[in-house]
Design a protein around this ligand. Structure first.
Ligand code: NAD
Ligand code: 3PG
Length: 397
């Protein structure tokens, strides 16, 4: 008996843009019980301690950072994780603009002080007398170091040039795609030490992972130009907060603006805490949700993979043959040989086949002119190194 997938169940772990979700076609249903779920759409909910639904095949991060998702564990189970690169980059860029202005012009303390005048008279003269406490420098002509030149960092660097700033970009892994979007006036030839020593502002736009934990550590902070302002709209764990607090207390760091407050930052001197608002714009929320909704539908229906962070991009378009087989497996020798051997045993004709590798993993996608039997799927699943086999039929709509 052949096994086909006709309906797919999707669970959301956060508020996801309703209009984007309304684009799910009739083959998809929302918010089913954990054990039946085929895909999860998530924003910042922490999935590390979550019991994974047995049928789970796909996790779509409606945003950029994936540190809330146990990627290695999901990869081993053949679960594709995808995000929405760039979807919320403009929202973050604009928050960085407000962070630059808030911190330079002492806006936060100035607003607090202004409110202390409530109930008093002669406000005008008092304002004129009080404003001198809040004098702060303009951004034009100042040096800024943009750490991480991905979707957000490029927009921030270009914006800062537009503000008349002298922009230093740092990204040892700069992609061609992002390099092409970067205004060539950005200075990219300097190392992180030079940037720390010379910039008035540092803004972080790198992912948080094992290798970037405490990226701004005591050593780098000790090099900071005196009074430097640090803006962190990336992730709290990128900064060693004990070292930062010392640096703020001894005056070497002027201010810290963070979009990821915690118990420590809330009580730290000269720190502006923003409640994770980087992507909280209707535009960013809609962009990210739209991207992920399209990815989840195409993966569940057709097996195509877009913007994955653990498996390769692969796309045969909609299924136009009798069936499609997708095999997620380790990228080791003789996988294609073993897979095609199973198919050839039943004289099944391969219409087309592709194999794409990524970081030790691979996806083999095969369109067949004949249907496979349930035991063929089992035989494919039993090949050592295979973590997921899907047997897909053309969509009915
Ligand atoms: N505050 C928010 O709401 C918000 C919104 C979106 C993203 N973020 C955070 O910002 C991060 C960046 O987002 P993005 O969309 O620009 O991601 P991205 O993947 O497009 O860019 C990240 C860039 O960092 C670079 N990089 C990685 N390690 C580096 C290192 N050690 N030194 C210098 N550069 C390094 C990469 O090469 C890449 O170009 C996300 O991972 C997420 O944590 C926060
Ligand atoms: O990494 C991201 O995309 C941001 O931190 C946004 O997170 P959010 O979707 O929970 O607002």
């Amino acid at each position: 008996m052949s096994h086909t997938e006709k309906r797919f169940k999707i669970k959301t772990l956060n508020n996801i843009d309703a209009y984007a979700l309304s684009k799910l076609t009739h083959e998809f249903t929302l918010n089913h019980s954990d054990s039946e779920v085929d895909a999860i759409i998530v924003r910042s909910a922490d999935m590390h301690q979550m019991d994974l639904p047995e049928n789970l095949k796909f996790v779509g991060r409606a945003g950029s950072g994936v540190n809330n998702i146990p990627i290695n564990e999901l990869t081993e189970k053949g679960i594709v994780v995808a995000n929405a690169p760039g979807a919320n980059a403009n929202g973050v860029k604009e928050l960085v603009l407000s962070a630059l202005i808030m911190s330079s012009r002492n806006i936060e303390s100035a607003l607090e002080w202004t409110q202390t005048l409530v109930g008093e008279s002669d406000i005008g003269p008092k304002v004129e007398a009080g404003k001198k406490q809040f004098v702060g420098p303009e951004l034009a002509g100042k040096k800024i170091g943009v750490i991480g030149l991905g979707a957000i960092g490029v927009l921030v660097a270009n914006m800062c040039l537009g503000l008349g700033m002298d922009v230093y970009g740092y990204d040892p892994y700069l992609s061609v795609q992002h390099a092409l979007g970067l205004n060539p006036s950005t200075k990219t030839q300097y190392d992180i030490d030079y940037i720390m020593q010379n910039c008035d502002y540092i803004t972080l736009h790198i992912p948080y992972n094992d290798s970037t934990k405490n990226y701004l550590n005591a050593e780098l902070l000790a090099e900071a130009k005196k009074g430097q302002i640090i803006i962190n709209c990336a992730r709290g764990g990128l900064v060693d907060l004990n070292a930062l607090e010392d640096a703020i207390n001894n005056g070497s760091i002027g201010k810290y603006v963070v979009d990821f407050p915690d118990e420590k930052t809330l009580t730290m001197k000269n720190t502006i805490n923003i409640p994770h608002l980087g992507a909280s714009t209707p535009e960013s929320e809609a962009n990210a949700a739209n991207m992920v909704v399209n990815q989840v539908m195409d993966y569940l229906k057709n097996g195509n993979i877009h913007h994955s962070v653990n498996f390769p991009t692969i796309n045969f378009g909609p299924i136009q043959t009798v069936c499609r087989i997708t095999v997620l497996h380790r990228n080791i020798p003789n996988m294609i040989g073993q897979i095609t051997h199973v198919l050839s045993q039943h004289n099944l004709n391969i219409n087309r086949l592709t194999n794409k590798p990524r970081n030790g993993w691979a996806c083999t996608m095969i369109d067949l002119d004949d249907d496979i039997e349930a035991n063929d799927k089992v035989a494919l699943e039993n090949i050592e190194g295979v973590v997921r086999v899907r047997h897909l039929k053309p969509s009915t709509n």
